[in-house]
Design a protein around this ligand. Sequence first.
Ligand code: G3H
Ligand code: ZN
Length: 289
Amino acid sequence: MELVTLRDILPKAKKEYYAVGAFNFNGYEDAEGIQMGAERAASPVILMASQGACQYIGLYETVGIVKGIAKHSKVPVCLHLDHATDCDFIKEAVKAGFSSVMVDASAKEYETNIRESKAVVDFARDYNCSVEAELGKVGGKEDNIVVEDRSATFTVPADVPRYVDETGIDALAIAFGSVHGFYKSEPKLDFDRLAAVLKLTDCPIVLHGGTGIPIADIQRCIGMGLAKVNVGTELKAAFSNTLRKMCKELPAEEFDPRKFLKPVKEAVSLIVKEKLEAFGSAGKAADKA
Ligand code: G3H
Ligand code: ZN
């Protein structure tokens, strides 16, 4: 199967009140685990690589891994560049074959954010690549982007319609109480703010910082019309904890890397399957906009 874009999967999700899960990966094993989880749930899925992950794996290698995975996949797979702040890097990723990108100009002021995000949309259009952008600032640490709690800013709903119209984006990440990474205290989502945004735009809305938010809260957002949920840290933890466990359990004379890494793939796959079921996208693999 060819890679799909956010345009192929999110409008349908929004209309039918389920969300598509988007999961961060940092190499082959977790990428494959994510796809396995999606296939087990018969759900569309978004595989996300951050700018840092692409630099670690290699940009063309990242595309190669996911195109290879998608080729034998029974479910739609989108390859999405996550939280990219460097426009030249985004263009390279689009040219390399990403089917979707996120331009994160959320640290910039409103007009600059519009201008930079629109420039990415204009560029990506010729490559049939979808674009997500962010308005407001999600707090916490994601890759090399650190937003201290005091600098996180919730999205102002009234800013949304002009932002969406002028940029032409396919999905909008908003800040309404979620945080990247593990939570230091109980997460408190501002559901009224989400409702206000959903009232003002048809653009599919994205929740960042999915790790650690109670599933009931995420499901409440999805029931209101949220269409994409990002999860990263929880998979990183499952990867590392499983690897640590295998290192302890396997005998010292074991040197086949596959014995260590197959359980890692399984652990990632299990979490992804559970999330997709909870997000309501299980069984929706055949759906396209
Ligand atoms: O963009 C990636 C996500 O927002 C990941 O957030 O690591 O808190 O799950 P998380
Ligand atoms: Zn994020």
